[in-house]
Design a protein around this ligand. Structure first.
Ligand code: TYD
Length: 146
């Protein structure tokens, strides 16, 4: 048995590889090499209307790295005790978000594109969408991860 002890300090910026040439740049993201988990899913957010917010949830087991592939936005992280805001605006860098962290994505620039690589396929059961439930989750004893 263990508690979910992840904190906002476990979420940090990862520098991704960048191949530069006169014709443009390439960043590749490979399982375990560039991100510290096996990638099971990639999804991207785009056509985000001005003033909108995304996220507003936590994950029980999923971890992910998110990248501002184009434009910029702020990621608000919250571990139930400490809050941290990180601005993403460089496609060569990703933000690692651990399980058990409440996140909101706000202040999207026009045309912003968010790429997310995730350790699990989509599973609504892995989401915590209610903030009070999240606070309970952070203080509950969890069964040991397999
Ligand atoms: P959600 O993860 O809440 O979006 P965000 O965190 O970007 O605000 O997902 C929004 C909706 O899309 C929700 O109904 C679930 C669905 N969805 C999928 O079906 N598959 C996916 O891979 C993702 C990320 C979301």
């Amino acid at each position: 048995m263990k508690k979910d002890k992840s904190t906002v300090y476990d979420c940090h910026i990862i520098k991704l590889s960048q191949i530069e040439s006169a014709t443009g740049k390439i960043t590749s993201v490979s399982s375990t090499l560039d991100v510290p988990f096996d990638i099971k899913r990639v999804y991207y957010l785009y056509d985000i209307p001005g003033g909108e917010k995304r996220g507003g949830h936590a994950h029980k087991r999923l971890e992910q790295v998110i990248v501002a592939a184009s434009g910029s936005f702020d990621v608000l992280l919250d571990d139930g005790q400490i809050k941290k805001s990180i601005n993403l605006n460089l496609p060569g860098y990703g933000l690692r978000i651990r399980p058990g962290i409440w996140r909101e994505l706000v202040n999207f620039s026009s045309g912003a594109v968010v790429i997310a690589v995730a350790s699990l396929i989509y599973d609504e059961e892995d989401y915590i969408r209610d903030y009070q439930e999240f606070i309970k989750f952070k203080t509950a004893i969890l069964p040991k991860a397999e």
